[in-house]
Design a protein around this ligand. Structure first.
Ligand SMILES: Nc1ncnc2c1ncn2[C@@H]1O[C@H](COP(=O)(O)OP(=O)(O)OP(=O)(O)O)[C@@H](O)[C@H]1O
Ligand SMILES: [Mg+2]
Length: 274
């Protein structure tokens, strides 16, 4: 069974695409067979890494027609410094006009289709990572409902903590009734993202836990791993290589790209000996 992770947030620009690309490449480098799904109408993930093979079709055919073959593109693992034995594939986003969103909205099983279609990849991939748009919508719903685990990057501004409670947790509440259609909402892991060293990560995590605490639901999980704000993420993106290859080591107290991806993998997918 492939494990499906959805990287989501109701706020834009928090680091979802950067995280999806880098975690995916890190897992591929560990020998996992990885499929990235670009479920954002703005196709940033689709062009994050160079492609070796471009699928004839993309996300629209995957969801509407259930086409799981010609929708798969292949990332050039050699060119992104992973060696050519790595398996890193991608479903391209192809919905610039929002036609797919509209289709999902007006199709009775629209929001749960992706979940069922992705299960067809269970024997082909070990991990499926789904990137989403930073705004509520039917495609975001479909992506969230496909996941076994939700990961939400949270930048440390207090406004985002409130947005996290109001937005992301609100979205999860709204989707809970979909469990009746066989699509229960997966557990959510909040990831403190773009932390700088002047911030007290522990205090922020504590505050987030309190602010998002609701007695009926219990506490949400804020991961111990924090992704630091460093220029390495942007530099690696510019060069189209994964951050763990661009920054394997780093001097000083801030963890390197490789150390951060390793820690995150240990926490999210403890069955992998990272
Ligand atoms: N750890 C990091 N440190 C510093 N900058 C980062 C880090 N991660 C990502 N960035 C930068 O932050 C910006 C936003 O990141 P990204 O595009 O991944 O966010 P997003 O959540 O996918 O945005 P959108 O909602 O628009 O899809 C980019 O310029 C990216 O290079
Ligand atoms: Mg993005």
């Amino acid at each position: 069974m492939a494990i499906k992770l959805c990287i989501c947030s109701t706020k834009g620009g928090v680091g979802k695409t950067t995280l999806t690309a880098n975690l995916g490449a890190y897992l591929a480098n560990l020998g996992q067979r990885v499929l990235l799904v670009d479920a954002d109408v703005q196709p940033t993930l689709s062009s994050y890494f160079p492609l070796a093979l471009t699928g004839e079709k993309g996300l629209t055919s995957l969801i509407v027609e259930g086409e799981t073959g010609s929708t798969v593109s292949t990332i050039e693992s050699d060119a992104i410094d992973l060696g050519n034995s790595c398996s890193l594939d991608l479903i391209l986003s192809d919905d610039p006009d929002g036609a797919l969103q509209n289709w999902i909205l007006h199709t009775s099983d629209g929001r749960v289709r992706l979940r069922y279609i992705l299960s067809e990849y269970d024997d082909i991939y070990d991990v499926v990572l789904i990137d989403t748009q930073g705004a509520v919508g039917p495609l975001q719903d479909a992506a969230v409902l496909s996941a076994d685990l939700l990961v939400s990057p949270i930048p440390p501004e207090i406004l985002s903590a409130r947005e996290f409670a109001r937005g992301t947790l609100g979205m999860i509440d709204r989707l809970k009734p979909m469990a009746a259609l066989g699509a229960p909402v997966a557990p959510l892991r909040g990831l403190l993202y773009r932390m700088d060293r002047t911030l007290d990560a522990r205090a922020i995590a504590q505050e987030l836990r309190q602010e998002t605490y609701q007695p009926s639901k219990g506490k949400i999980t804020i991961l111990e791993t924090r992704v630091p704000a460093t220029v390495a993420y942007r530099e690696a993106a510019t060069r189209q290589i994964p951050v763990h290859r661009w920054e394997p080591r780093r001097n000083g107290p801030t963890p390197s790209g490789a150390e951060t991806m390793r820690a995150l993998t240990r926490e999210l997918l403890p069955h992998l000996d990272a």
